[in-house]
Design a protein around this ligand. Structure first.
Ligand code: ZN
Length: 502
């Protein structure tokens, strides 16, 4: 790296912005884990002050002038040029949103979140409409400020998946809907329901956590650089590669929420722990996009955690923790984990129907921001699309349009990153299999290190040096594609329900 006082000053300013963000993230993690119930409004004030200071720093004329100069500096090496490019992208976006709008968004989203919680509990969508309408209106204003005259939905998508557009997603979801609906139909026609007995029963939460911890340790999650705590909505927060928090929840009658929730969050956690230390607190030291982040969680949760090699090793261990599981064979266990059935709630959906839940949300969001749908019409649109895509209609709003937290927080354009994550996960896992010919053998021996090391080298340690699409292509040799994912779900349906279903 070439040293220059201007470049050093830019990095020093950027580190301050990152440190402020890390402080907010610690407070956000604490709010979801240990904060007493009445602490919410006090915490919102603290977070809003920190956000204001960070906004001021990110839009300061000193930083702007430094970046102007550096963008014309031919002496920068490739990494430095990438840092400047990424800083300009983020700073431009922040500068286009007037501070009053940013503050108003922060305030209204915190209020809308509380309104949503109560509306969902009361199963009363009408009670949520005014707050939701206000959020949609503010997000429209934000999109217009970021990309005047452009497609508002693209401006929103860009926050979570830089460079992604509605025009790229539309054909992707259209094709996925066709292929996945055919699989769901095939499963229904096969008429051979799979028994869930292997994963259900009376299972103490304490022991579930102990077993899950064993798995997370085998994945390579570093407990000296991270910890596990309980929450109501599981998530992962990384403040620094040496300080990563994952969270969990579970139920006493089913193994899946705790174990797969923790494998999922630990997959996110490994990404955070594997970020490049040499670029720490620089604009390219962080995860590249939410889609790539989600690929890491879904890869461990679904492609490793629900696979036969994995249970060849871990089923005997599970039976040590829960002797009542000793009578089940690996085949029936894995079949239970691959059961396909349309359901109302996205977070509980199987691998085949999951992306149809995302397709419903994508369709609703684009209609909302095109102005073809207003918020009061959401339940009808939601139920109609659920019937069309999954063949079922939720009996209540709480199990339907009110189930997700995202829209109350103004996170429009976030859902598609879940589907991108599923697609990237399969593509990366196939590439890891080509690079590591004995991948299945090592997983079956309980040795998950070769896979983690491959992911760290090819994904985690790259930070945001490359775009998401370029990163996937460098790691897999192919541009992003839905084919590996479709191969995976077809295979799992065939293995579970017979060749005719796939
Ligand atoms: Zn996730």
């Amino acid at each position: 790296m070439t040293a220059s006082p201007t470049f050093d000053r830019f990095l020093a300013l950027w580190a301050e912005i990152r440190n402020l963000a890390a402080a907010s993230e610690v407070l956000g993690w604490e709010q979801e884990t240990y904060m007493p119930a009445k602490g919410g409004s006090g915490r919102a004030q603290v977070l809003s002050t920190l956000a204001g200071i960070a906004h001021d720093k990110q839009t300061s004329s000193e930083l702007r002038d430094l970046l102007d100069g550096l963008s014309r500096d031919d002496a920068l090496d490739g990494d430095q040029a990438a840092m400047v490019r990424e800083a300009i992208r983020l700073t431009d976006r922040a500068a286009r949103v007037p501070k009053e709008l940013a503050t108003e968004l922060a305030k209204c989203s915190s209020q809308a979140l509380e309104t949503w919680r109560k509306a969902r509990e009361a199963n009363d969508f009408a009670a949520f409409v005014p707050a939701l309408s206000r959020m949609v209106d503010l997000k429209r204003q934000e999109a217009a400020a970021i990309a005047p005259g452009g497609n508002p939905y693209d401006a929103l998508l860009d926050e979570f998946e830089p460079g992604m557009t509605e025009a790229q997603l539309e054909p992707l979801f259209r094709d996925l809907r066709t292929d996945l609906s055919a699989l769901v139909k095939g499963v229904a026609e096969a008429g051979s329901p799979v028994s869930l007995a292997p994963v259900q029963g009376e299972l103490s939460l304490e022991k579930q956590l102990a077993f899950s911890r064993l798995v997370v340790e085998a994945m390579g999650f570093d407990f000296e650089a991270g910890r596990i705590d309980k929450t109501t909505h599981p998530f992962c927060s990384g403040f620094h590669p040496d300080d990563v928090r994952i969270t969990w929840r579970g139920t006493e009658d089913d193994l899946r929420p705790a174990l797969f929730g923790l494998m999922h969050e630990a997959g996110h956690g490994l990404y955070e722990q594997g970020l490049p230390r040499q670029w720490e607190r620089t604009p390219i030291g962080e995860a590249v996009s939410l889609g790539v982040h989600e690929s890491q969680s879904r890869l461990w949760e679904n492609l490793v955690g629900r696979s036969t090699p994995f249970w060849n090793h871990f089923l005997p261990k599970l039976a040590e923790t829960f002797p009542c599981r000793a009578g089940f064979g690996v085949e029936e266990f894995v079949a239970a984990l691959h059961a396909v059935e349309p359901s109302f709630v996205r977070v509980e959906a199987d691998e085949v129907t999951y992306n149809l839940h995302i397709a419903v949300r994508f369709e609703i969001e684009r209609r909302l921001f095109r102005g073809d749908l207003n918020t009061a019409e959401l339940p009808e649109a939601w139920n109609g699309m659920m019937e069309e895509m999954l063949g079922i209609v939720p009996p209540t709003a709480a199990e339907g349009v009110l189930q997700d937290i995202h829209w109350s927080m103004g996170a429009f354009g976030y859902f598609p990153t879940y589907t991108l994550g599923n697609l990237f996960a399969s593509q990366l896992f196939e590439a890891a299999g080509r690079a590591l010919p004995d991948l299945e053998g090592s997983i079956a021996a309980g040795d998950l290190a070769p896979l983690r090391v491959w992911l760290t080298e090819n994904v985690h340690s790259q930070g945001s040096r490359y775009s998401a699409a370029a990163l996937i292509e460098r790691a897999t040799g192919e541009p992003p594609s839905a084919e590996p994912f479709l191969r995976h779900v077809r295979r799992l349906v065939e293995e579970t329900y017979g060749a005719a279903a796939g």
